[in-house]
Design a protein around this ligand. Structure first.
Ligand code: ATP
Ligand code: MG
Length: 374
């Protein structure tokens, strides 16, 4: 029987737990073509939520055209434009139709047609020779607007924070001006580097200021998790007790990916092994073992002050980090060293500031506590 727990790709359908309110809210934004900024810490389920919403739209035969564009790794306006072109095949899988509508809409642009050898999906990529990117962006955005006049669209730009690193003059402002004119498109801007993303949308001098409604994605309700896990496990004709499932969800602080990863391993022990708290401890220990190399190399890559500061955060649970005794306890001499190290650790996404500083990755936290014997 196939393991229903998955942790390395998007999950939808039965592998997707709850988030009923979030799905409904997303569908409202799409129905009314309003833009939304979907953000959370890493691996909380933003991309899965987008995919789940898209598959529900399909099931409902909503007739909405859907594009999910992953901007991860893009470094320029040119990359952005290429990704949007590639995404067009998601709304129009008929290559001839796609070619025709692009040819009629686009004037200055030359493009090549190709079929992806792996997925067999047609895709179109623009040629950038002798054409200014500014003109290309205008053409592609106009094309989207045209499509949306025939068929309502939802376009999710995933990992949107990448846009902040593009260096082309005025890109963000130009993009904003097109998006603002698109009344039949719901744009979902999703990403995880919270400080970058919220800075782009919530700071009055930034191009995307107030362009989208803010949608922080929180954790999944514990009780929903418990019944979802119990239901999937019952496929093996096993009943996992509420208290064991609660134990797992609580120790992983409701983290969706870690819970899936944990349950993936637990599933493999079923139905032969009786699952007790000791079994749960053993699974956690073996997951931490497998993470050892990754976490050790992260730790070794830190400066001595960053290491001390990380210890400080752990020992004090993110509180009173500038207290003289606290600094002394980890051998840090001044508060300014702490400030510098905290900034570097946030940039590396090792810690986050949520009212107080904390380690976002619950497994890393457990590994540090174990390894540093805190
Ligand atoms: N609703 C859900 N129910 C159960 N598991 C989920 C759910 N959402 C996400 N997951 C788990 O979390 C993992 C990460 O999800 P996803 O890739 O959607 O998160 P993300 O926030 O987009 O991550 P990233 O920050 O890396 O872009 C999935 O592979 C899956 O294991
Ligand atoms: Mg994602």
């Amino acid at each position: 029987m196939e393991n229903p727990f998955a942790f390395s790709h998007y999950v939808t359908g039965e592998g997707f737990c709850n988030r009923k309110k979030e799905v409904a809210r997303m569908i409202d934004y799409i129905d009314s073509s309003q833009n939304v900024l979907l953000y959370s810490h890493r691996r909380q389920g933003k991309s899965s939520l987008i995919q789940q919403v898209f598959s529900i739209l399909d099931k409902k035969k909503s007739g909405v055209g859907k594009m999910h564009i992953d901007l991860y790794g893009t470094v320029s306006e040119q990359d952005f434009i290429k990704k949007v072109f590639k995404g067009l095949s998601q709304v129009e899988s008929n290559i001839n139709k796609l070619f025709k509508s692009i040819s009629s809409a686009v004037k200055t642009l030359r493009f090549t047609l190709a079929v992806d050898p792996v997925t067999n999906q047609p895709s179109i990529s623009p040629t950038f020779e002798a054409i200014k990117e500014e003109a290309l962006l205008e053409e592609v955005m106009t094309l989207l607007d045209r499509y949306s006049q025939k068929k309502k669209l939802v376009i999710a730009f995933d990992e949107f924070q990448e846009v902040a690193t593009y260096t082309e003059e005025g890109f963000a402002k130009r993009l904003r001006s097109y998006i603002q004119g698109h009344t039949k498109i719901c744009y979902i801007f999703a990403g995880s580097q919270q400080h970058l993303l919220t800075g782009m949308f919530n700071t009055s001098d930034q191009a995307f200021y107030k362009l989208a409604d803010s949608f922080p994605l929180g954790t999944i309700d514990k009780s929903a998790y418990v019944s979802w896990i119990q239901k999937l496990v019952s496929k093996k004709k096993v009943r996992l007790s509420k208290s064991i499932v609660n134990n797992i969800v609580t120790r992983l602080e409701n983290h969706p990916m870690y819970i899936q990863n944990f349950m993936f391993h637990l599933w493999n022990l079923l139905p032969d092994q009786k699952i007790t708290v000791e079994t749960v401890d053993e699974i956690e220990a073996s997951i931490l073992d497998r993470k050892h190399l990754e976490y050790a190399s992260m730790w070794e890559g830190l400066t001595i002050n960053q290491k001390k500061t990380l210890k400080l955060v752990l020992i004090n649970d993110g509180h009173q980090l500038f207290n003289a005794d606290a600094l002394k306890s980890v051998g840090l001499k001044t508060g300014s060293l702490v400030t510098k190290a905290l900034n570097a650790l946030v940039k590396k996404e090792i810690i986050v500031k949520n009212g107080r500083y904390c380690i976002q990755d619950i497994l890393l936290k457990k590994w540090l506590i174990k390894t540093l014997e805190l």
